[in-house]
Ligand binder design. Sequence first.
Ligand SMILES: [Zn+2]
Length: 426
Amino acid sequence: MSKRARKSSRRIIVCAFLMLAAGMPAYCQGSAILAGGLIDPATGQLTADQTILVDGGKITAIGRKLPIPKGAKVIDLSNDTVLPGLMDAHTHLCANVDAKWDLGDFWIMAMQRRPGYRALLGAANAREMLQSGFTTVRDVGNSGDYLDVDLKKSIEEGLIPGPTIVPAGRIITPYGGQFWDHPAKPETLDNPEYLVADSKDELRKAIRQNIYWGSQVIKIVVDGQRYQYDAEDVSFIVSEAHAAGVKVAAHAQTEKGARVALEGGVDSIEHGWRMTDNDLALAKSKGIVLVSTTFTISELIADGMEPDAAKRTHDRYVERLRKAYEIGVRVVFGTDLMSVVPGQTRGESALDYVDSFTEAGVSGADIIRAMTLDAAQLLGVEKKHGLLKKGMDADIVAVTGNPLKDPSSLKKVVFVMKGGEVYRKP
Ligand SMILES: [Zn+2]
């Protein structure tokens, strides 16, 4: 029996004993959340004075001033705005690149950090993300030897707190992976970060290896080398992955890389910083999602950029996001955080990306959609997560203020519930 199962069965026994002693049926009620305002990401509307009843980890009813079941724990959020748990579709929980220990070099981090350290780091980052309201994340690789899959299992078993994780496992790339400056590594050293695959046979095997070991999304790197996958390669990857019921996320940092990803029909383009207006229109018409990873200035500085360059880069990314939004591409929230912003947790740094969306002119309602409903659909978890309605998992956050009017309210998370368990008290 898992720790979580032990904990909940102990609670049921204590609860049943109290109920029986009071002459009531041995049925234990869950929680009743009193929400001052409740936002539905599907409509972008706020409804006042709603009660959310939660039992067995699920939402059992939502309505105006519902009667509170006897024995239910009342959670008073009547001064706050409640919305579904937030999502980050592009995390690397088992990687921190540090200026001191790794000289800001991702390759040094991958070389010298032992798997035990990176697993524990993943646990700490997962807890910090959850504390900031992120109840679901898609972890897109750079997690060593399937540490993201292990992190997911540990969270599901109740060993450690953290979000629901959709893990990518090892990133599939053309020869050399993303260690551009260190080309000898793939052939001379053990390289758990990437599955190097060039031919169709290698691609098929890499996809199958990932799925076998627990990947729930296939992450590929389209570009970054002078040689790269072509549209036929990407189309082959997509058909193999889709045949197994798994989506494909494509890292594409160049104009050519994004076009190849679009032509190959991936499910999401990660970054897409050099996408042209025509490519953005093509993404819209093909229903391909852009996970924008619109870095904040502070994250770019933490990554080693000079402040002026960080501002220029940030502004360029914001402009691309503005164009994508104006053209009508479905944009999903994703951070790509790996560097530590001094004085901030991973979750706090992630919430700061809300400002990038606001700067790009994205409305509060659409930012919320990008962080909940649209993210859930991309991640394939929309049957259980991303909306607050009867039967969904009770992944619920509360913020101070009204994020429809002032999106920066999304950064003021005061309450976090995941699967009916409270992880941050109001
Ligand atoms: Zn990334």
